[in-house]
Design a protein around this ligand. Sequence first.
Ligand SMILES: Cc1cc2nc3c(=O)[nH]c(=O)nc-3n(C[C@H](O)[C@H](O)[C@H](O)COP(=O)(O)OP(=O)(O)OC[C@H]3O[C@@H](n4cnc5c(N)ncnc54)[C@H](O)[C@@H]3O)c2cc1C
Length: 460
Amino acid sequence: MIPRPIQDALQKIVGPQHLLTQKEDMLTYSYDAAVLDPVMPSAAVIPENTAQLGEIIALCHENTIPITVRGSGTNLSGGTIPQSSGIVILTGRMNNIIEINEADMYAVVEPGVVTATLAAEVEKRGLFYPPDPGSMAVSTIGGNVAENAGGLRGLKYGVTKDYVMGLRFFDSQGNYIKTGSRTVKCATGYNITGLMVGSEGTLGVLDQVILKLIPAPKARQAMVAVYDTIEQASETVAGIISARIVPATLEFLDNFTIRAVEDFSKAGLPTDAAALLLIEVDGHPAVVAEEAEQVKALCLKMGARTIDQAKDDAQRDKIWAARRAALSALAQLKPTLVLEDATVPRSKIPDMVRALQDIAKKYRIDIGTFGHAGDGNLHPTILTDRRNKEEFHRVEQAIEEIFDKALAMGGTLSGEHGTGIAKAPFLEKEAGYSSILFSRRLRAALDPKNILNPGKITGV
Ligand SMILES: Cc1cc2nc3c(=O)[nH]c(=O)nc-3n(C[C@H](O)[C@H](O)[C@H](O)COP(=O)(O)OP(=O)(O)OC[C@H]3O[C@@H](n4cnc5c(N)ncnc54)[C@H](O)[C@@H]3O)c2cc1C
């Protein structure tokens, strides 16, 4: 519990209805989408504006109270699991789109803005904010920036870091820091913006984000390629990339996932297919028509049983809704779902798919695999029951082997879900001890009292 005088001070800052201390509320903020033990914080506080946010951070610094900021809590790495002695800052009330500048093509938003809300507002003006995590209907821009979130369009358009032009944030002591600018180019000072993206609430608390917007593509063509073998589908991914075609989206679903999605969403997917590729090309209408033909020919050449093009927007939306339902569909099957995102160079996708099949057999576990194959970023999803200790031990061994395989192929532990608590113990495998030490020194210098999201990324 935080001392009464500090509770009173927090209440004075945000008003009584925006300071939560009841056990039921603390339970709500004790976990996120990762499979980890929950920890109840001492309080949750819901600021409305910059001034309140700054005052809360300064108060916590003065009294050495750990802070965990929470957007929608959808992260998959334990990034919002708080300290029991600490508070959670909820960003839900800081959800204003401050500016959408059509002439200079940028937006300025508060951290609690929901990703899909921004995308829709921007689209109304003929502009485009491409990063589209599968969770975009609920995830926040603050959470996206702090995790460097990816999405389905990463292959052509990149990830969140490619759209962050500048930030306004509070450091651990409550100082207000400005980075970047509203200009396309900015070479002033250190690239603090780059440092903050993906920092998971450990280096500062975001208050405003300046995001780059781009013109919306004039045409789009979505397609579904159906395969009788998983190898043909994964070889097609490598084939499309090496043919120098860059679809906006190139997603993979294995049979396990196809059946779960079909059962869940009745999207009309072929449940007898070994694998599907969901592909979308976009851009100028003439280029889209040409690239769609190239992709079609390539898929058929690589062994696709069929390839169907979406006839209209409604069919296109149905395809992507089915893909976005993958995680929820798999989650229905067993009590515990562990979603991994070890990522490999794109040409290694066929090797990774084979490795995942072997690992599932070796450890006698169910793995549904789907994901952003065009980015080399598959999501092997293990279905289990954490209460079954013997089985869960096999799951943990399988996860470690997935990491080892990805690293041996020149890959990375996380393509987009971040390090948090879940991957902190494995960071040394990829980055080495010196890198961890460097990160810890950086953190100690910026946050000497270690109040900003302790335990995440660097393990301290
Ligand atoms: C069904 C589903 C699908 C998903 N699909 C994808 C996907 O396709 N791609 C992808 O990359 N991820 C995906 N994710 C993971 C997750 O949605 C992303 O990591 C997302 O960016 C988290 O946003 P959030 O608002 O929920 O953040 P939270 O989970 O609340 O927080 C994430 C991190 O950001 C920090 N944070 C939040 N706000 C601030 C702030 N204002 N200042 C400083 N730090 C802050 C938190 O402390 C925490 O460390 C998916 C998750 C689910 C459940």
